[in-house]
Design a protein around this ligand. Structure first.
Ligand code: NI
Length: 171
């Protein structure tokens, strides 16, 4: 089932996600719906907050653009938490919740992520480069932070004003 992606300046994007304690069919269904929604939108990551579910749930697939479904590489992270990070990397980011805008953001180059799968089993993942960047971007969503919140304050104000205006004009 496709879910509706909420976009800036929707206040839901500033909410903080709650941890998941029940690992049931509903959780699996939500994760599957999020993956389907992400693929349909050509995104490489989606946090539950973006579809108005205030839970610590994130999906990522760097091969999202693959025509062939068998070449996809879906990841589901429940209650994800970055426990170590190192290095610095700057790259251009976009977001399914921030339409038609991209900007360079500084992130850690390498991270260690602890998370649970949909069964509740704990895992540790060491990620670098795009995977690490994508995970940091998605985990930001779980605490109500967008990539545009990382921009210098003056640029951030300008960009947010412009994005809010676009929304009003297209509504
Ligand atoms: Ni995003």
């Amino acid at each position: 089932m496709l879910l509706q992606i909420h976009t800036f300046p929707d206040p839901i994007l500033k909410q903080v996600a709650q941890s998941i304690e029940v690992f049931d069919d509903a959780l699996r269904k939500t994760a599957d719906d999020m993956l389907e929604t992400m693929y349909a939108s050509n995104g490489i990551g989606l946090a539950a907050i973006q579809v108005a579910i205030l839970k610590q749930l994130v999906v990522v697939d760097l091969l999202s653009g693959s025509e062939d479904e068998s070449e996809r590489d879906p990841h589901i992270f429940v209650n994800p938490n970055i426990t170590e990070q190192s290095g610095e990397t700057i790259s251009e980011e976009g977001c399914l919740s921030v339409e038609e805008f991209r900007a360079e953001v500084k992130r850690a180059e390498r991270i260690t992520l602890e998370y649970q799968d949909v069964e509740g089993q704990p895992h540790t993942l060491v990620a670098e480069d795009l995977m690490a960047i994508c995970i940091q971007h998605e985990l930001d969503h779980l605490r109500g932070v967008l990539f545009i919140d990382h921009l210098p304050s003056l640029k951030q104000k300008m960009v947010k004003r412009r994005l809010a205006k676009q929304v009003r004009l297209s509504a």
